[in-house]
Design a protein around this ligand. Structure first.
Ligand SMILES: O=C[C@H](O)COP(=O)(O)O
Length: 249
């Protein structure tokens, strides 16, 4: 089964009402191949506006969520709330959640379960720190991050999960992983899924790359057999995101 190419934007903590409207108008006017799935992750407060203004062949994602549907959890947002305001996806386990906010593999796995139960699709981010790569532990770290989710979800759940491999040393640094570096980790993730979940899940799960992806470097990486798309940070706040959406053309 051919995997549908998937391109996500992650706006992180950026935006204004005016910028959301302007970017949506720019994206709406651009070309988006019908065989590429596109999702934009936006700060909670801009999700309703983005869901209203963005082209309907693209979807909107939250950038995080909590593990409860409602209740006394001041400042938190539930998967149900994300869905209620128009999000179809949620990004979970981003390295900024893991490393800046101190969120564990287990907490990420629990969020994944709750988000899936609420009917959201999940972008599950994994990736190693620079010191972990230099110590040769990239795959150990990525497998550990995956393991928490593998244990928590069912085999069928994987149809609603896209993996984003994001080496932390490449995020926002301008240091992009080479196409071969991305391919090597993606192939190892697929092999891991094959043994730890099933050959079907390994074959069908989209594994995307994130870390300083831009219009110039996306095309070569997009050709790699185990690269099924991108999760784009900085460049998703610019018109060039449309070029990344068209990376396979
Ligand atoms: O989620 C996106 C990644 O953190 C990549 O961000 P970046 O493209 O700005 O390096």
């Amino acid at each position: 089964m051919a995997r549908t190419f998937w391109v996500g934007g992650n706006w992180k903590m950026n935006g204004t009402v005016a910028a959301v409207k302007e970017l949506a108008a720019t994206f709406n006017a651009g070309t988006s191949p019908s065989d590429v799935e596109v999702v934009i992750g936006a700060p909670y407060v801009y999700i309703p506006l983005l869901a209203d203004s963005l082209r309907k062949d693209w979807a909107v994602a939250g950038e995080n969520c909590y593990i409860k549907a409602s209740g006394a959890y001041t400042g938190e947002i539930s998967p149900e709330m994300l869905k209620d305001v128009g999000a179809k996806w949620v990004i979970l386990g981003h390295s900024e959640r893991r490393n800046v906010l101190g969120e564990s593999d287990q907490f990420t796995a629990e969020k994944t379960v709750k988000a899936l139960q609420a009917g959201l699709k999940v972008v599950l981010c994994v990736g190693e720190l620079l010191e972990e790569r230099e110590a040769g532990t990239t795959q150990t770290v990525v497998n550990r991050q995956l393991d928490a989710v593998i244990k928590a979800v069912s085999e069928a759940d994987w149809a609603n999960i896209v993996i984003a491999y994001e080496p932390v040393w490449a995020i926002g640094t301008g240091k992009v992983a080479t196409p071969d570096q991305a391919q090597e980790v993606h192939a190892a993730i697929r092999e891991y899924l094959k043994n730890a979940v099933s050959p079907k899940v390994a074959e069908e799960t989209r594994i995307t790359y994130g870390g300083s992806v831009n219009a110039k470097n996306c095309k070569e990486t997009a050709q790699k057999p185990d690269v099924d798309g991108f999760l784009v940070g900085g460049a998703s706040l610019k018109p060039e995101f449309l070029e990344i959406v068209n990376a396979t053309n």
